[in-house]
Design a protein around this ligand. Structure first.
Ligand SMILES: C[S@@+](CC[C@H](N)C(=O)[O-])C[C@H]1O[C@@H](n2cnc3c(N)ncnc32)[C@H](O)[C@@H]1O
Length: 176
């Protein structure tokens, strides 16, 4: 039986999934708005293992602060992923938070896990981002585990922020 994992805001080279060991029955999807079909066709992107797919796409709320950008959602059906990862996106694009929470809950299978990485730079703004993210996740998912990330540090950003990253983990409620 196949299993699917999704990385939202994965970057063009999908470093996180590429560095995360996955059993043979897992298909990994790496989604990022920077990915275009022209870029994929150029042959200049890093080669990925055969079970991994790049997808161009983004999550974006109504009335985005970026002028001219249309609202957008995860282009997947409900209840399909067992794991969703989102690393180092929210501290830059906090407007996507509520949509990330809703959309990941939609695409996760019951008992599926969402993992979010957020750096904390020791300032009030970082504290607010982590607090707000935790609250929004709790509303939708219930319990949220918030801990300092212990590695492995799989991407450029994870390595850069290895001493100041928090890992937030929550699960979609199991089916009744
Ligand atoms: C700092 S990078 C982190 C990339 C990767 N997750 C990592 O750990 O290396 C932030 C990523 O978020 C993506 N991004 C920006 N806006 C986004 C949106 N509205 N929805 C999804 N991803 C977005 C960017 O294209 C970029 O690749």
């Amino acid at each position: 039986m196949r299993e699917y994992w999704l990385d939202v805001g994965a970057g063009v080279d999908a470093e996180h999934w590429a560095a995360t060991p996955a059993p043979a029955y897992v298909c990994r999807v790496a989604m990022d708005p920077l990915l275009t079909s022209g870029m994929a066709a150029s042959g200049r992107l890093a080669a990925l293992p055969p079970d991994m797919r790049r997808v161009g796409g983004e999550i974006r709320p109504e009335r985005s602060v970026e002028a001219g950008k249309a609202p957008s959602f995860l282009p997947f059906r409900s209840d399909v992923f067992t794991r969703v990862h989102c690393g180092f996106v929210l501290h830059l694009y906090l407007e996507t938070l509520e949509r990330l929470v809703d959309e990941t809950h939609w695409v996760l299978l019951p008992s599926g896990e969402l993992e979010v990485f957020i750096p904390h730079f020791g300032d009030v703004r970082s504290e607010q981002i982590i607090q707000r993210t935790t609250s929004q996740l709790e509303i939708r998912y219930g319990r949220v585990e918030v801990r300092r990330a212990a590695g492995p540090f799989t991407t450029f950003w994870a390595d850069l922020y290895r001493d100041c990253t928090y890992r937030l983990v929550c699960r979609k409620e199991p089916s009744k």
